[in-house]
Design a protein around this ligand. Sequence first.
Ligand code: SDX
Length: 432
Amino acid sequence: MSKMEKIGRADIQIGDQTMACPLYEGTEGEKALDIGALRKETGLITYDPGFMNTGSCSSDVTFIDGEKGILRYRGYDVDDLAENCEFVEVAYLLIHGSLPTAEQKARYSDLLNKHSMIHEDMREFFSHYPEHSHPMAVLSAMAVSLSSFYPELGENHKEDLDMTVTRLLSKLRTIAAFSYKKSIGDPAVYPQHDLKYCENFLNMMFNSPVIENPYNQTMVSALNKLLIIHADHEQNCSASVVRAVGSSGANLYASISAGICALWGPLHGGANQHVIEMLEGIQAEGGDIDKVIEKAKNKRSPFRLMGFGHRVYKSYDPRAKIAKALCKEVIASTNKHDPLLDIAMELEEKALADPYFIERGLYPNVDFYTGLTYREMGIPTNMFTVMFAIGRLPGWIAQFMEMKKDPQGRIARPRQIYTGPNARKVIPIDKR
Ligand code: SDX
């Protein structure tokens, strides 16, 4: 349970009624008003569309300071973790709360290897999806289907946590690679016991009898860091969905499947795919950056600069800094030049100098450079959000587990202000 400390109270005056609300402070100085008794004592509810000012829980998992551009998983800065750890260690950290010892990491790696295959009946599913199915639809459907193949994950299962977690972490990665191979008509490449998590994925994605060296070690290292910077992000849209679905008692696989669907949206994880499509559009139309920036500022246009802006970061997303450096490293390792990177960097430079973006604290977010890096690895654009999901999986699991253990936890069920018609009687259809 997290260490919220009661530091006082705030009195809310409603007409001649005063309601005393406890004031709490978290371990990094964040403060919250506890309005848990508001409706009972005053009959009022709060109104906060998009939950811009609403804390849904207290959590020990991730801390973000949007003004200072700080992101920490269980107290460790994300750049420290990206520099010094493997993704598997960070997954363990998020779920268990501490970095693994060498022995704990070895057991995790052994379990990840044991769980890396999927049931052959499940592999058959791929041949029944229409050819151009979006990989996020396949991933979400396959995630919830795991609960049919592993029913022991029921409400009262006592399966070892590491077994459940490593099964999901390992099989979701295999499912992603298998769905890619199916989409290009190639035979599935099975996981290999002697390859670590990230290299196993690239091998399953790109190994082919007719391609020599389908990936390089710079890509393996970059993928490891990319998955780390995506691993969690406190109560973002998809994590909140995982918590909400799990709060009804639905199992972990069903909750993760819902989280995958939430992540798919272009305003959330789907943005990385839309960034590339935006950059390709700029390139196709002659590279007029100023025109795109003006369009993004035009209130009459629904167009937004994809990969820019964030609900919490009003400064440079620390993950975007890491992703930008990785993008340059991977492109350099292929001795190729990607004109889209030039467009992206010019777009960033001009936007960051524009008062519209400066006044609103709009900076590149995690999605702005990641797609360019995946593209350089050979990952198709429609799989970029799948990559986000593979990275975010340990964070979703950690949030789910914390929600299940929360003594204050209850089913997620917000209230509303009704604005529909007042009571009225049905008129028989021949008189309507
Ligand atoms: C992720 O929550 C998380 O933590 C998410 C995430 C994670 O790790 O889980 O970080 C991952 O989802 C990153 C965000 C990816 N999405 C995009 O890149 C899509 C483009 N960005 C925007 O749609 C937007 O910035 C959001 C959705 C990310 C945030 O929207 P908010 O917090 O609701 O902000 P807002 O819409 O209230 O914007 C404030 C102002 C508005 O202008 P005004 O009404 O004040 O005049 O900024 C403008 C917006 O119009 N604005 C943009 C803009 N983003 C905000 N204008 C142009 N281009 C943009 N990208």
